[in-house]
Ligand binder design. Structure first.
Ligand SMILES: Nc1ncnc2c1ncn2[C@@H]1O[C@H](COP(=O)(O)OP(=O)(O)OP(=O)(O)O)[C@@H](O)[C@H]1O
Ligand SMILES: O=P(O)(O)OC[C@H]1O[C@H](OP(=O)(O)OP(=O)(O)O)[C@H](O)[C@@H]1O
Length: 221
């Protein structure tokens, strides 16, 4: 009996864009409309009959892989940290999607709102990461969960600080905020479902090696 194709979950958006050259070096060629985000299709074949691709929201890649819906995937280490799924291995740093998770506060507030407090309202898309970070400073973080435009929260009195991704810092600057603490560095990882790796070790191992070789080729270019 032939096994069902392996399923690779790819994120929409900026990681998919950054991943294109890496994918090219792996020799994996998804159907043409996979890399065209205007396509409404969600599942695609590839040049490898043993591999299909599903295209999902970046935050959902880890969930698809954790539950075994996809065997392998690509997602930001921010998402892995937030969900902390025990059933995911992350064997390869792809060196793309580099940024950091940081705490930021309004520039014009004299004192850092985190100084000497035991309770703090925090706007973020990362409730677990934020709670853990402030708990390590003995601060009880009350989370205001937003999915975007976090930078508005302090000036509109939703929260005293935000925990969000920062790369160039231009979004913070444009909204009158300053970065006060770096919680973690972020990059995109190749991730694998633990059970799939145990049950289909040759195929998954070969796929990981294709990505590893592609990264080396990319570096050599
Ligand atoms: N400014 C940035 N610079 C570099 N990498 C980033 C940046 N912002 C986000 N990332 C990385 O890209 C991932 C996806 O972010 P992106 O902004 O594409 O999607 P999203 O807006 O979080 O998702 P969705 O549109 O599905 O809600 C993040 O989880 C992070 O790993
Ligand atoms: O430090 P910078 O280079 O300005 O990057 C940081 C911004 O990038 C991300 O937003 P994104 O552009 O993905 O927008 P969205 O989260 O609203 O979709 C993140 O949520 C920050 O707002």
């Amino acid at each position: 009996m032939t096994a069902a194709p392996l399923i690779l979950a790819l994120p929409k958006g900026r990681i998919l864009k950054a991943l294109k050259p890496v994918l090219k070096h792996t020799g994996i060629e998804p159907d043409a409309d996979c890399l065209d985000e205007s396509s409404r299709r969600l599942r695609f074949g590839t040049s490898d009959p043993n591999l299909d691709v599903v295209r999902v929201r970046s935050f959902d890649v880890a969930t698809f892989v954790a539950y075994g819906g996809a065997h392998i995937g690509v997602c930001g280490s921010d998402v892995l940290m937030e969900f902390d799924y025990p059933d995911i291995y992350a064997p390869l740093d792809l060196g793309i999607g580099g940024c950091r998770i940081s705490v930021a506060r309004p520039k014009d507030v004299e004192e850092d709102p985190t100084t000497g407090c035991s309770h703090l309202r925090v706007a973020t898309k990362y409730p677990s990461i934020a709670r853990r970070h402030f708990a390590s400073q003995a601060i009880n973080a009350e989370i205001v969960h937003l999915n975007g435009a976090m930078e508005l929260a302090p000036t509109l009195d939703l929260a005293s600080v935000i925990v969000d991704l920062v790369d160039t810092g231009s979004t913070l600057r444009a909204n009158g905020l300053v970065e006060t603490d770096v919680v973690a560095q972020v990059s995109s990882r190749l991730i694998v479902n633990r059970v799939a790796w145990k049950t289909r070790p040759e195929e998954i191992g070969a796929l990981i090696e294709r990505f590893r070789a592609a990264l080396n080729e990319e570096k050599a270019v």
